[in-house]
Design a binder for this molecule. Sequence first.
Ligand code: PLP
Length: 461
Amino acid sequence: MVVDFLAKYYENIEKYPVLSQVEPGYLSKRFPSSAPQDEEPMEAILDDVHQHIFPGLTHWQSPNFFAYYQTNTSTAAILGEMLCAGFNVAGFNWVSSPAATELESLVMDWLGKMLDLPRPFLPFGNGGGVIEGNTSEAITCTLTAARDRVLRKLGHNSIAKLVVYGSDQTNCSFQKAARVVGIDPRNFRALKTTRSTLFGLSPDSLEKAICLDINAGLIPLYLCATVGTTSCAAVDPLEPLCKVASKFSMWIHVDAAYTGASCICPEYRKFINGVEFADSFSFNAHKWLLTPLDCCCLWVKDPNALVNSLSTDPEYLKNEATESKQVIDYADWQLSLSRRFRALKLWLVLRSHGVQNLRSHIRNHCRLAKLFEELVEEDPQFEVVFPINFALVCFRIRPSGVAGMSNGHVDNEQGEAWKLNEVNRLNAQLLYAINASGRVFMSHTTVGGVYVLRFAVGRRL
Ligand code: PLP
């Protein structure tokens, strides 16, 4: 019944208002305030899903959804989720479910090869891959490993001196991770980016910031470089950034949450050139690789760095396989103890699509983004604000498209600020009107003070 229900949902998905139109608290008015004492039939429950849950859904899989970044899925992956939930193993160590561990290692190896990751990230180069829930976890785990690697040498009291670096475009999960692992908030550097570097982090500004910190008696610890930033898909130049960070023996993490999937296409692989100098690399298969949440793929060159920080050895988990040191216990590579059999869905995706079809899926989205760019550029009222590397188009009503802008108000700094505010305000109004129509859902961002509408192509075709 549920499979049929979902099949019908997908058949009709584009007919629903893509952005949910409900008011906060709508559901508590519709459902009883306590759980039923007796069982209820599935028909009644599904009927309630249809009547009451549907209106409160924003339809992320709708072809009219262009907001944030895509989180696409596929039949194969949904079936993989069913198998995962059906088996419901909590494969924290090898012995708790050998297939869960071994399939995860296999799938991460396949995927690492598909991305052409450098040998030191793969098992035959002494590295390894693990599926985390999300990028926030991947960053938190690698930052913990980096922290402990340094504190083991310098003593725990040095924690207050550790400094972490990213740009003002780095995803907010980095800031949260830094807080969680005990980095003094004053030692969190979000280095300013500008249009001149297309909002990528400049190696010079990184080096200057590190030198200033060292002169102030602080210790540079970790760089989070991003390939495909959340706001505008900017690309940090990995190779020169890694050269700077390596001089100071920092841990370098490459966050390619959105764009990593595109690197399975040889023509997009260049965006992660330089990853060979990093310590860890992650991307979210749950964004662009037809795999539903949650599925963040993380590779590290030195798995022991994770294990040294995250392993525990309680009596109730002791077993011969672990003691033999011949197996991986993935709980030691992540925060929680229990873990889902996530590899199943990824394995189903890779097998039932095959690399060639997955590449076509990525290329189609990039092609459609280019098509959208052309349509926007054809209209003189609009402009595309950043060059398009992937499948995100950031655009806006251009200032000259706004009445009263071109004949100039005041030609000084104040006048410029007024103009920018006015243009930003109009663009925000436009987005509000578009989203209120329920026909399309887009989101926005502000980069360098400029408000842009974000059109992220990425539904299942
Ligand atoms: N990093 C980047 C570049 C992102 O775009 C995102 C989310 O969009 C994240 C990190 C956060 O990912 P997660 O929700 O998997 O923690």
